[in-house]
Design a protein around this ligand. Structure first.
Ligand SMILES: [Zn+2]
Ligand SMILES: [Zn+2]
Length: 454
């Protein structure tokens, strides 16, 4: 096959495979399975990969590994797709709804599965043009990060999935409703910050309200502590960096007419500048300890470094952005100025191999598809699936030397889903999503911990 026209060949295969991707995605959507219960999902993935002639094996309980060997030797490129759904009761008017009460693919892993199976199908067809190996990692238990179960990515690494064959690059994507369907958003370096957790107890001494001078009010001290914590963002860090100090729970006090002697809080800290991260426990300790002591209270702060960042290899990031510009059009690529202040188990791969993770826009404001990930109404514009497949498969082809850069396909690109050019920071859209998400969670019915993107 002439490499000069492989871009056209790729887009023709995407056209051919698109209906299968939609079918697969809808099938996974109708049959969601929770972390480490992805039995049907794993069986479906295994069947497709075996049909394509890949070497297939199980891993990490319900995970699946597929190996596609190209026509000639060369590097190994790994593609990762996560498999699990969430304990969420799905809502809304969608083409396909979950058939499992209380379980739904509201993080879009059904789309990740479909795109990865599409990439396996496409690359298997071009097997002879590939100088290298493609490793397909279907990761179970991605949503287990806050459940106490061992994350699937860590189990896969412990089982040596990245040891044999050892990948020279790991590629992954996540659907992203805050960007229009078909756009690709990424950045070199820290892509997602991860975060740390803390638990704080403020200890005072009780007394009757009428003789408050005899006690030490843990609630008043806590109020000052919470306010002081915000100075971490406003007065301790470069204002061009993003910082969130979040208190998520607070409990304290016994009665309306006595001073509280104990208040317990928990929260999280997220920073865009990872160089700051080691200093965070000391900074919190100083702020909390100083304010509590000034108000005659004691404190106990437990700080837990929790989720490491997802770090994008700069060379791979540039390659994926170039492939997306070549195959989708330059207007479909957004380079993010700041990392996303969330976390993902993909950090495990970026810790041990050059890796790149990008967001695939799946939003469609006109159709009301702007609900945040994990929300019961989360849904995606399925036209984004072809863009996901195009960039995923195109990046592998380029890494394996089968798709030279700077040669856009001869045929016209499919009509851009988004007419207007991408903006560097879609602030208006981000606000809109936040507003809609906030509206959908009435104050009397707050979302559970699993009801929000972590
Ligand atoms: Zn999720
Ligand atoms: Zn997810």
């Amino acid at each position: 096959m002439e490499s000069a026209n492989l871009g056209d060949e790729l887009l023709a295969l995407v056209d051919e495979l698109e209906p299968r991707l939609v079918e697969w995605r809808r099938d996974f959507h109708a049959h969601p399975e929770l972390a480490y219960q992805e039995y049907r999902t794993g069986a479906a993935v295994t069947a497709v990969l075996r049909d394509l002639g890949l070497e297939v094996r199980g891993a990490a309980g319900t995970g699946v590994i597929g190996v596609l060997r190209g026509g000639r030797p060369g590097p190994t490129i790994a593609l990762r797709a996560d498999m699990d759904a969430l304990p969420v009761q799905e809502e809304g008017d969608k083409p396909v709804l979950s058939r499992v009460p209380g379980v739904a693919h509201t993080c879009g892993h059904d789309a990740h599965l479909a795109i990865a199976l599409g990439a396996a199908s496409l690359l298997a067809r071009l097997r002879e043009a590939l100088a290298g190996t493609v490793l397909f990692i279907f990761e179970p238990g991605e949503e287990s990060l806050d459940s106490g179960l061992e994350p699937g990515a860590e189990r896969l690494l412990a089982e040596g999935v990245l040891a044999d064959p050892r990948p020279d690059a790991v590629l992954g994507l996540h659907v992203y409703p805050e960007y229009p369907a078909g756009q690709v958003a990424l950045r070199p370096g820290v892509m997602m910050t991860g975060f740390d957790l803390f638990q704080l107890t403020v200890l005072g001494a009780t007394a009757h309200t009428a003789t408050a001078q005899k006690g030490a009010d843990a609630i008043v001290a806590t109020a000052h502590v919470i306010t002081a914590l915000q100075t971490l963002a406003s007065r301790e860090v470069d204002p061009l960096e993003a910082v969130i100090v979040h208190v998520g729970t607070i409990q304290g006090g016994q009665r309306a007419n006595i001073l509280a002697d104990r208040v317990e809080l928990s929260g999280s800290v997220r920073v865009s500048d990872q160089a700051l991260r080691p200093s965070l426990p000391e900074r919190l300790e100083r702020l909390v300890g100083g304010v509590a002591a000034a108000l005659r209270c004691r404190h106990d702060l437990r700080y837990q470094p929790y989720l490491p960042p997802v770090v994008n290899d700069p060379t791979l990031t540039q390659l994926v952005a170039e492939v997306a510009r070549d195959l989708l059009g330059p207007e479909q690529v957004v380079i993010l100025p700041l990392p996303r202040l969330t976390g993902e188990s993909f950090h495990a791969y970026s810790r041990v191999a050059p890796a790149v993770f990008w967001f695939l826009g799946v939003g469609n404001a006109e159709q009301g598809l702007t609900w945040a990930s994990h929300h019961p109404r989360f849904d995606l514009d399925e036209r984004a699936l072809r863009a996901g497949l195009t960039v995923m498969a195109g990046s592998v082809l380029r890494l394996l030397g089968a798709l030279p850069p700077g040669r856009p396909p001869a045929r016209p690109r499919p009509q851009a889903i988004v007419e207007e050019p991408a903006q560097p920071l879609l602030e208006a859209e981000a606000d809109e999503v936040t507003f809609e998400s906030a509206q959908s969670f009435p104050a009397s019915d707050p979302p559970s911990w699993t009801g929000v993107e972590i």
